[in-house]
Ligand binder design. Structure first.
Ligand code: P1T
Length: 377
């Protein structure tokens, strides 16, 4: 089955009770049982909910995964994956991830005896030296937020597996429409469904997709035991969102390429970060590993002053955190999404005070360009 067919039908069987074509929002906390130990597969809504289950079937099918779990946020999903790691074990974390992911390792997991090191996962040769005998997991984001560095998922998976470690990939920026990490050897995929999967900036959620049965059993156990579940209403919203994922991603990609090219030629822009540009150092890898480049574009203005002028002069693009919605959003990673990353690390990665990130929406692209042009001038 093709991607759009799966997106529209997987998990979306008509409701058994009524025939409703849209999976209903099962807004209930518990379920009537037929007798002791006899029920319809649903006992308590932290443990199972039909709307959430439909979404879990849907996104896991899109990621070519056997198992899927929906969480209350992307961070809750990442936290659940990290519960596969125990005190005394070691994780290699990509040195450029969403700031909240770094914060989770740096400020929380480190208190519980989980060891971690940052590494440039895009440089597979140097990554080899980051492995230790107790390395359990390599956590990568590709392309990274916000400087769009691409990691070779097949190469990193082969390396990690040779060291007895698993690989988790945050696939938020590409969505399964443009990148299927499991097909490249990755063990676990995580998402902030808040972004492209939902796509309409009206829900916060997260997802874990994987194939290993024992790990899936543990993630399900964590989901139920801790209870950071996606609500029935949010599950409904994301399920509605994924039905149009293919058409939205095509539109984000088309506009993203046009905006990146426009910025690359603009005299006020010093550098553009977009893997779809042939000038991107990993353009070829991105073209091989992804089936599109998406709508995330970052650019260097040269200074905080210049970035501030752009960010405060836009009229159509909305200044705000988040990404992946139908509307164009513009943000300042250094003070917003990546404020919790130490300044030396930010500077080394290129997350400077002059860096601006655009989540290119699916408006008419000439309107987005006109807006950025007037803000840059
Ligand atoms: O916000 P939440 O749903 O918890 O997802 C966290 C998260 C995880 N992974 C990536 C790649 C992300 O970009 C995010 C959240 N990012 C933003 C809010 C942002 O503006 O970049």
């Amino acid at each position: 089955m093709g991607f759009s067919t799966t997106a529209i039908h997987a998990g979306n069987e008509p409701d058994i009770a009524t025939g409703a074509v849209s999976v209903p929002i099962y807004q209930t906390s518990t379920y009537a049982q037929d007798g002791l130990g006899r029920h319809k597969g649903f006992e308590y809504a932290r443990t199972q909910n039909p709307t959430r289950l439909a979404l879990e079937k849907n996104i896991s099918a899109l990621e070519n995964a056997r198992f899927g779990f929906a969480f209350a946020s992307g961070m809750a999903a990442i936290d659940a994956v990290l519960k596969l790691v125990k005190a005394g074990e070691h994780v290699i974390l990509g040195d450029n991830t969403y700031g909240g992911t770094f914060r989770l390792f740096n400020r929380i997991l480190s208190n519980y005896g989980v060891e971690f090191d940052l590494a440039d996962t895009s440089d597979v040769t140097s990554l080899e030296s980051a492995f230790r005998p107790n390395t359990k997991l390599v956590f990568v984001e590709t392309p990274t937020n916000p400087v769009m560095t691409v990691t070779d998922l097949r190469a990193v998976s082969d390396l990690a597996h040779a060291h007895g470690a698993k690989v988790a990939c945050d696939n938020t920026f590409m969505s399964p429409y443009f990148q299927k990490p499991i097909d490249h050897g990755v063990d676990i995929v995580v998402h902030s469904t808040t972004k492209y999967l939902n796509g309409h900036s009206d829900s916060v959620g997260g997802f874990v997709a994987l194939n290993d049965e024992a790990d899936a059993e543990w993630i399900g156990f964590v989901q139920n035991s801790i209870g950071a579940i996606l609500s029935p209403f949010d599950s409904f919203l994301v399920l509605r969102g994924t039905k149009t994922l293919a058409v939205r991603m095509e539109a984000h990609d088309k506009n993203g390429r046009i905006v990146a090219n426009f910025l690359a030629e603009h005299p006020s822009v010093k550098k553009v970060y977009y893997p779809g540009l042939v000038s991107h150092p990993q353009h070829e890898l991105a073209a091989r590993q992804q089936t599109g480049f998406g709508g995330m574009v970052s650019f260097e203005t040269g200074s905080l002053d210049k970035a501030k002028k752009v960010l405060e002069s836009v009229k159509l693009c909305i200044l705000g955190e988040s990404l992946g919605g139908v509307e164009s959003l513009i943000s300042h990673p250094a003070t917003m999404t990546h404020a919790s990353v130490p300044v030396e690390t930010r500077d080394r990665l290129g997350i400077t005070d002059g860096l601006v990130r655009v989540s290119v929406g699916i408006e008419d692209v000439e309107d987005i360009i006109e807006d950025l042009d007037q803000a840059l001038s």
